[in-house]
Design a protein around this ligand. Sequence first.
Ligand code: AMP
Length: 281
Amino acid sequence: MTIVKTIEEVRAQVRAWRAQGLTVGLVPTMGYLHEGHQSLIARSVAENDRTVVSDFVNPIQFGPTEDLATYPRDIARDAALCEATGADLIFHPEADEMYAPDFCTYVDMDRLTGGLCGKTRPTHFRGVCTVVSKLFHIVQPDRAYFGQKDAQQLAVIRRMVRDLNMPLEIIGCPIVREADGLAKSSRNTYLNEAERQAALCLSRGLAKGKAAVEAGETDAAKVRAVIAGEIEAEPLSRIDYVELVDWNTLEPVDSTEGSILAAVAVYIGKTRLIDNFIIER
Ligand code: AMP
């Protein structure tokens, strides 16, 4: 496995693989890898001849008051995890390799990006769509792997690929959790011991909401109240949103019939965590 920092090196490697008729999978990440990322890498390794992992904390998807400066980074640890999982190449550029000083071209989306995380992070998905488009152009993979952990991001990327006729397949992968239910996240490292315990209210609330739907509850407002009630009972929590939306349009729903995404964003202390479940019927 090799680590490269320039776009030209990625292109040269992928060209060499293509000349041999090999297929290529891409796993875009912001690094500080955990078993959630690892599950995406393992799936790509299983489904493609070669796997590229991008490891880049993308500045343009962070808002001015967000955690860009403190976002955890550890490329040596990431490299060991990628190597152990069978990845072939890590693309680890500096920000100035990806963005020229006079960079001014963005990929933006009218729908899907205004609600959920887009409400409090108005420039986030423009940053995500732009960097993911750039990565697709640089690597030109056959398949790219995204976690359902970031469900809105997965829906947005799928729509971008469809709308802009990008020639690759998007593979969504299930959420990987800690043994006690907390969704794995690089940001979990911000939590102190009390917050780590408190953070369980997200998965607990969602599990209760999912059980209500499975028991036949079709009123979305009631399911929402079950989830929010469990989270609000935790003193260290502050809800950003608890929403039930259509999994294809991300528009709010009144009924839980159809394919539904139940998504939450919750501050535990200063740390903002997200989690969700999808019921597809
Ligand atoms: P990030 O490094 O947070 O940008 O995440 C990179 C990719 O890993 C995204 O597609 C995420 O959805 C995915 N991912 C992050 N955490 C998890 C998890 N716990 N389970 C599955 N996928 C995850």
